[in-house]
Ligand binder design. Structure first.
Ligand SMILES: Cc1cc2nc3c(=O)[nH]c(=O)nc-3n(C[C@H](O)[C@H](O)[C@H](O)COP(=O)(O)OP(=O)(O)OC[C@H]3O[C@@H](n4cnc5c(N)ncnc54)[C@H](O)[C@@H]3O)c2cc1C
Length: 388
């Protein structure tokens, strides 16, 4: 059709998944457009906010290796932009013995050091943290904080410098196969390309459903609290895999230092009730109180003044693994899925783009992230805890 702009790839969504995909595809020589409804990093998106935890300690070798690749990729972006993106102070993992053993096994298998610590060992690294006498812990150094706002800005800049066209704020209203390629409408313009990358975060499920593809994606709203605690900005991050959860049941918690603010803490489970049209989320002060109660027990001598509590969404899959694969069916490889962040994708930033670009160029999707894996055969639950 006359007047349509043409590209090799149209990326729908300019969060961390979309921007890293756009950067990687553009630097491989593709003509790329990114279309983003709210603007990259807007406060109602998954990728908003100052910081994210980063760690290599995963109980699956795929994520251990992906995290190592991501750390190298973030360092490359730091070198080319001159901006600091990683604040690596290490991480302390607490939790059930079986979980800690699985984390340690997979980290060591990747050739990375992770140490078992008793209470004295923890005190040496994080003097403010209180451990029960019987509690064990792990520590690894390849972990800490991604300065997420800076990282996303640098990824967007890198994508633009590599030649990507960024259209934002602009909303995709329709997508369809079109001959050998695809057509995308935004109401303002029509674009054509060889393929689409669907990286619309929590909005992906509805867009895909309109394109004839139903995936078990469950958007949820999650909350984080930044503490004004300047003495903790050089302390390790933490993950407590089994603690009191946000609703009083068992659940995990995590935290990491945030330069210039203090320490960020959060429960690792979201809440149902995400609304695709909402323009801002108000904090849940009951949840904030529960989190502070946990903090007082774990860090009895640190005064916990709240600097900011923020809510925003993520998207659970039933097995907490992402989806990076071709759509198949009528779409084949003309639609590449890059969604289902399951509350733990930001850290992988540049490595996500590499995964997506490999699939877009004809490579096989990693087994764990395939759209036809058994783990996607059940419904996802918005309130599921992050188990990865
Ligand atoms: C509270 C919270 C804490 C988290 N903590 C961590 C952590 O510590 N470590 C970690 O690694 N990860 C963490 N995560 C997960 C991480 O933030 C997400 O995995 C990641 O940001 C997902 O990015 P995305 O690009 O998939 O989605 P998004 O960032 O939501 O991007 C999707 C984009 O699509 C756009 N869009 C939507 N609809 C349309 C449309 N119709 N047309 C065009 N554009 C559209 C939106 O504007 C948006 O910018 C956390 C997430 C949350 C919510």
């Amino acid at each position: 059709m006359s007047g349509a702009q043409t590209f090799d790839t149209i990326v729908i969504g300019g969060g961390v998944f979309g921007m890293s995909s756009a950067f990687e595809l553009a630097r491989r020589g593709q003509r790329v457009a990114v279309i983003d409804r709210f603007g990259s990093g807007h406060e109602v998106t998954s990728s908003t906010g100052a910081s994210r935890s980063i760690r290599v300690a995963y109980d699956h070798p795929f994520y251990v290796n992906l995290a190592l690749e991501a750390i190298a990729g973030w360092h490359d972006l730091e070198a080319r932009s001159g901006h600091k993106i990683l604040h690596l102070t290490g991480q302390i993992d607490l939790g059930p013995a079986a979980k800690l053993a699985a984390l340690a096994d997979h980290v060591r298998a990747a050739g990375v050091e992770i140490a078992a610590l008793d209470a004295d060992g923890v005190r040496a690294l994080f003097p403010e943290m209180h451990l029960l006498p019987h509690e064990g812990a792990l520590y690894h150094a390849h972990a800490g904080t991604v300065l997420a706002e800076v990282g996303l800005m640098v990824l967007a800049q890198a994508a633009a410098e590599a030649g990507a066209t960024i259209l934002a704020p602009e909303r995709v209203t329709a997508l369809a196969p079109d001959g050998a390629g695809v057509r995308v409408d935004t109401g303002k313009r029509e674009l054509r390309a060889d393929r689409i990358v669907m990286a619309a975060g929590p909005w992906s499920g509805a867009l895909l459903s309109r394109a004839g593809l139903d995936l078990p994606l469950a958007p949820a709203v999650a909350q984080v609290t930044f503490l004004d605690a300047p003495d903790l900005t050089e302390r390790p991050g933490l993950a407590e895999w089994q603690a009191v959860g946000k609703d009083g049941a068992d659940g995990g918690l995590y935290g990491h230092p945030v330069p210039g603010i203090g320490y960020k803490i959060a429960f690792d489970a979201g809440q149902a009730g995400w609304d695709s049209e909402v323009t801002s989320w108000s904090p849940d002060f009951v949840e904030e109180r529960r989190l502070l109660d946990w903090f007082h027990a774990r860090f009895p001598d640190v005064p916990a003044k709240v600097a900011r509590t923020q809510r925003h969404p993520w998207t659970m899959t039933p097995d907490a693994d992402f989806i990076v694969d071709e759509a198949g069916g009528d779409w084949g490889r003309r639609l590449i899925l890059a969604c289902g962040c399951s509350g733990h994708a930001f850290k992988f930033g540049p490595a996500l783009g590499r995964l997506v670009a490999d699939v877009a160029e004809g490579g096989a999707a990693p087994e764990l992230l395939r759209r036809d894996r058994p783990g996607l055969l059940v419904q996802a639950t918005a309130t599921a805890p992050i188990t990865r």
